[in-house]
Design a protein around this ligand. Structure first.
Ligand code: AMP
Length: 382
């Protein structure tokens, strides 16, 4: 930074499940892929640091070459509406938000603390997934519960993946060659966790995740929207505690719970091809859910100019995109099958035909770039 030149990039996949591995790419050489037993995020970060320092694959001679570390942090509650330099108070505030994002904030803290152990003097910055959605109007972020639960517990919709939705909406406007202020865009972040956001004039006006990271469409291991009275019924019938139900909602549901096969959509698609009925059900529920949200958000914004797909599934699953776009033809989305098939593994562009009144695009997310920009700006201005 500030040249925005990537020295190396990488990804640790399938942490805590079978087949975990680390991919590391130095921009001027080949990708290193290492299969390894990676039970948790601390072990994952150790592999990342080792590869950055590696004689062949690495890009640094010593860790002292690092200027700062930027972290994606999922939940900042109402405390953080923008990125911050991390100190002990910030760590404590992130820790206080753990009950709001039990799957993510502990992992984010593991990364921050492991980095602090490795390099105590390195400035660190937190970029919050909740920040972009702070523009939602009250009618979108309130729930129909007694108002006191908002004032007492800050019980409201927060939304997540904000860094990704922000990047993808802005990039979509760039690709369309129009000012974002004039566009109504629905961004579909479809990964292990998924959310769909209505971006009107460049600001988030509604989003499918909520107080926590469970609602909206079905995800890898999370349920998506469920009638809360069903949850109460199950808890009563089975004598379950809130913690036990939380585990079911976060870890045992979604693709995994419905199919009994996997939380990874690649495995679901493979099973579907072999005729597995529950895998087919997962696919049908997924695309139906996405299409319903896009339709709802077109109504919320009183119009729609573009739908953008991003993240692991959005960037790599032509079948999901095709099935969603089929539902959306009534809105004026005219789909281009050949373009759709061609856009995988980080490729960017339109999947609607040239004159389609509503555009559809694949926009590989770049949360790292947004995090790097915020980190650089905060450290530079200290
Ligand atoms: P993310 O959380 O953005 O890393 O996305 C992870 C999700 O992307 C997992 O459910 C993967 O199954 C899915 N994914 C990655 N590559 C593919 C692919 N080629 N086809 C279908 N799904 C994929």
């Amino acid at each position: 930074m500030p040249q925005e030149k990537v020295a190396a990039k990488g990804l640790v996949e399938r942490i805590g499940i079978e087949g975990s591995r680390i991919k590391h790419t130095k921009t001027d050489s080949d990708t290193t892929v290492k299969d390894a037993n990676i039970p948790n995020h601390k072990v994952a970060l150790k592999y990342v640091v080792d590869l950055l320092l590696d004689g062949d694959a690495g890009v640094m001679k010593s860790l002292s070459e690092l200027g700062a570390a930027g972290h994606r942090v999922v939940h900042g509650g109402e405390k953080f509406a923008s990125s911050v330099v991390i100190d002990d108070d910030v760590i404590q505030a992130i820790d206080e938000c753990v009950p709001l994002a039990p799957l993510h904030n502990p992992a984010n803290l593991t990364g921050i603390k492991a980095m602090k152990e490795l390099l105590p003097d390195l400035p660190q910055v937190a970029v919050f997934d909740t920040a972009f959605h702070q523009t939602m109007p009250q009618k979108a972020y309130m729930y129909g519960l007694p108002y006191r639960y908002y004032t007492t517990y800050k019980g409201r919709r927060y939304g997540f993946h904000g860094t990704s939705h922000y990047y993808v909406a802005h990039r979509t406007a760039e690709l369309m060659g129009k000012p974002i202020e004039e566009l109504k865009i629905v961004t579909c972040h479809l990964g292990n966790g998924s959310s769909i956001t209505a971006v009107n004039g460049g600001v988030s006006v509604d989003t499918s995740l909520g107080f926590g990271t469970v609602p909206g469409i079905i995800m890898g291991t999370r349920s998506g929207d469920v009638d809360p009275t069903l949850l109460l019924h199950i808890m009563e019938q089975e004598g379950m505690s809130p913690a036990e139900m939380s585990h079911v909602l976060h870890k045992e549901s979604g693709f995994w719970g419905l199919s009994g096969i996997s939380s990874d959509l690649r495995d679901i698609e493979e099973a579907m091809e072999k005729g597995n009925e529950r895998a087919t059900l997962v696919m049908e529920m997924l695309v139906y859910g996405i299409a319903k949200f896009v339709g709802a958000y077109a109504a919320a914004m009183k119009g729609l100019d573009a739908v953008a797909f991003t993240a692991g599934i959005g960037e790599n699953s032509p079948i999901v995109r095709e099935k969603v776009c089929e539902y959306l033809s009534f809105l004026g989305l005219r789909f281009d099958r050949a373009k759709n098939e061609a856009l995988i593994r980080g490729k960017e562009g339109y999947i609607s035909i040239k004159d389609s009144p509503v555009k559809a695009l694949v926009v590989p997310t770049n949360e790292e770039l947004v995090i790097a920009r915020d980190t650089f700006e905060l450290i530079d201005n200290r």
